[in-house]
Design a protein around this ligand. Structure first.
Ligand code: GDP
Ligand code: MG
Length: 634
């Protein structure tokens, strides 16, 4: 297939609008899979199938004989996740594409992630093919959806392709639109072209090592070639090449326009930088030695996509102390498969050795925990999520990143008196990461949402009615945009939003820099002793409320002891909330002494089993569940 007959495209849409279902139909029409097989074929991970969501982008190469022209086309389709946490997957998928199918559920109309993904595609100058899905549904409003597309994005409603991905109605027209409206890749496929391939993704296969998915932009890569990664300078030999059809199909070479996979002698995925450019070592050496006058020997890296930035950090500790080695092995293996997770060792006085992991969002963290358990049998205690703050200490000229309450040196921060300000430095203090959130909701819910955003320290950026004269089905929608602290959004914001709007509001966000803020460390003390893994970073105005919620919750969770247990929440020396758990009453103990031997033994065994999932601080036992999710209850 010549380059002119190649089409690279992604399917982007809000969650549940039917991307994976449409991918199934496209796979069937092109006879890549037999009809009526497994649903959401490209969602392969157990966690994807269990949750019914796409987590990893998947590419598949399809051959399509166009009946109108008699020509054969190579279609590289990339199915993408819809959830905000995985927008990084979307943006790197789009980097390999010239077009995007923008799918909209015609019964729901434009939603928050429709907007977010549209702008990602527009930023990259992709040809956008709007598709109205679910026209078989009784609530479908194709006309209204077209009007929304016109008013929100300026897309001509006449371009809209109405389909039912589920039933298969009009899916042919989607293929036609891709061929007609998406341009062929602009790479160089001539014999003299120098190889340049973009590393899209990488996963670890226990038999074959690192398997990289690549988009070949210029030239050709063959088995046996010596390749160099431009960013790391590492070289390796190409051992295997293939296309996903969707099963892996081995080939001898990948030419310009192909999206496929590469296995090299470099087995370590961490060495394979996503977004990197692969070139041939001999071209590279030539470019070093050649005295080129016309610049034709210069190798420039491909325009990559933005790197994934972790936004939510959590401490991960083994459920039982002696499982650290097991957890370590599991975390290492799984991060091979998901390089967007960052890890660092962290030791807590209360929980022992563990890891500080950075995730793209809470759902991403949740998926990681589940995969640790399902794929590696490692159960973890995850501490409350924290966003990455930037801290400038007195006497320092630049900020350091603090993504764990344990890392914040409160004393040092407070010693600003007398320390001269470093010339030209950032102001001393803490800055918090901000996000710009997009919320799409019904008009009747605006009040409740504004209230929520104000409570979360947000400022309004936009409030627009999405015009829709039909006013049925998807009509009556409002688009709100707010700037909010990431820390206020990362935890339970989307749950709150759903519960206040009966699930009707949708939301997406993108990062938007840092802002100085009055952030304090809220410590939890048990019988006067501060428990590091229970501390949290929080805005001063919220410390009182959260402190109260935390001690109340701990009081419910902590078991009674033989002595009184005092629970306090404090900022510095100032105690903001306190509770206490009274000791066992004498008669409980008396009962215990009166108990017969076998019952006593049973009780002791039960206690011992329970202890495995307890940590002790001083002489107080704390159940594992106490460490999780304190912040989200703030
Ligand atoms: P994704 O999150 O965008 O990948 O969406 P999925 O493809 O997983 O589909 C979400 C849900 O919508 C599934 O229950 C599908 O069966 C359903 N769905 C997808 N396309 C259609 C359609 O054309 N009509 C109807 N009625 N339901 C559909
Ligand atoms: Mg999907």
């Amino acid at each position: 297939v010549p380059l002119a007959n190649v089409r690279n495209f992604s399917i982007v849409a809000h969650v549940d609008h039917g991307k994976s279902t449409l991918a199934d139909r496209l796979l069937e029409i092109t006879e890549a899979i037999p009809p009526g097989g497994r649903k959401q074929y490209l969602d392969r991970l157990p966690v994807e199938r269990a949750r019914g969501i796409t987590v990893k982008a998947q590419s598949v190469s399809l051959l399509h004989a166009d009946e109108r022209t008699g020509e054969t086309y190579l279609l590289n389709l990339i199915d993408t996740p819809g959830h905000a946490d995985f927008s990084f997957e979307v943006s790197r998928s789009l980097a390999a594409c010239q077009g995007a199918l923008l799918l909209v559920d015609a019964a729901q109309g434009i939603q928050a992630q429709t907007i977010a993904t549209f702008f990602l595609a527009m930023e990259r100058d992709l040809a956008i093919v709007p598709v109205a899905n679910k026209i078989d549904s009784v609530n479908a409003d194709v006309e209204g959806t077209g009007e929304q597309l016109e008013s929100v994005f300026g897309i001509d409603a006449k371009e809209l392709v109405p389909i039912s991905a589920k039933v298969g109605t009009n899916v042919d027209a989607v293929l036609g639109a891709i061929i007609d409206r998406v341009p062929a890749p602009g790479g160089d496929a001539s014999v003299n072209a120098k190889l340049r391939a973009l590393m899209l993704d990488c996963h670890y296969d226990s038999y074959r090592g690192a398997v990289a998915s690549v988009s070949v932009v210029d030239g050709v890569v063959k088995i046996g070639d010596k390749v160099r990664s431009m960013r790391t300078g590492q070289t390796s030999e190409v051992l295997e090449l293939g296309l996903m059809t969707p099963e892996p199909l081995r080939v001898r070479e990948l030419t310009a326009g192909r999206v496929g996979y590469v296995i090299t002698s470099q087995r370590d995925v961490r060495a394979a930088k996503i977004g990197d450019t692969l070139v041939l070592e001999r071209d590279y050496q030539k470019s070093l030695s050649a005295v080129s006058t016309d610049g034709s020997d210069v190798l420039t890296p491909l325009n990559a996509f933005r790197e994934a930035k972790p936004m939510v950090f959590q401490g991960l500790f083994p459920q039982t102390g002696d499982d650290y080695e097991k957890l370590k092995a599991a975390v290492e293996r799984l991060t091979l498969n998901d390089p967007s997770v960052t890890t660092q060792t962290e030791t807590s006085a209360a929980l022992g050795p563990g890891f500080r992991c950075g995730f793209l969002g809470l759902l991403h963290a949740d998926v990681f925990h589940q995969r640790l358990k399902e794929e590696f049998g490692a159960e973890v205690i995850a501490t409350a999520p924290t966003v990455p703050y930037r801290v400038v200490y007195p006497g320092e000229s630049s900020a350091v990143s603090v993504s764990s309450p344990m890392q914040l040196d409160v004393e040092r921060l407070s010693q600003s008196h007398g320390v001269p300000r470093v010339e030209g430095s950032d102001p001393v203090g803490i800055s918090e990461p901000m996000v710009d959130a997009t919320i799409v909701c019904k008009n009747e819910h605006v009040g409740k949402i504004v209230e929520l955003c104000v409570d979360r320290r947000g400022t309004q950026l936009e409030h627009t009615h999405m015009s829709n004269s039909a006013g049925t089905g998807s009509g009556d929608r409002v688009l709100l945009r707010y700037r909010l602290p990431m820390g206020e959004v990362a935890t339970d914001f989307s749950d709150e939003l759903k519960s206040r709007t009966s699930g009707y509001a949708t939301f997406d966000y993108e990062e938007s820099g840092y802002q100085q803020s009055d952030i304090v460390r809220l410590d939890v003390l048990i019988n006067g002793q501060s428990v590091d893994a229970l501390a949290g970073l929080i805005h001063r105005d919220k410390a009182q409320r959260s402190g109260k919620a935390w001690v109340t919750r701990l009081k419910e969770i902590l078991p009674r002891q033989l002595f009184e247990v005092k629970i306090q929440a404090a900022v510095g020396q100032k105690v903001l909330a306190r509770e206490s758990i009274s000791a066992y009453k004498k008669d409980v103990l008396a009962n215990y002494y009166a108990m017969d031997k076998s019952r006593k033994q049973k009780l002791l065994n039960k206690q011992k089993k329970g202890k495995k999932y307890m940590k002790s601080v001083g002489s107080v036992e704390i159940p594992n569940e106490a460490f999780a999710g304190l912040l989200s209850k703030g």
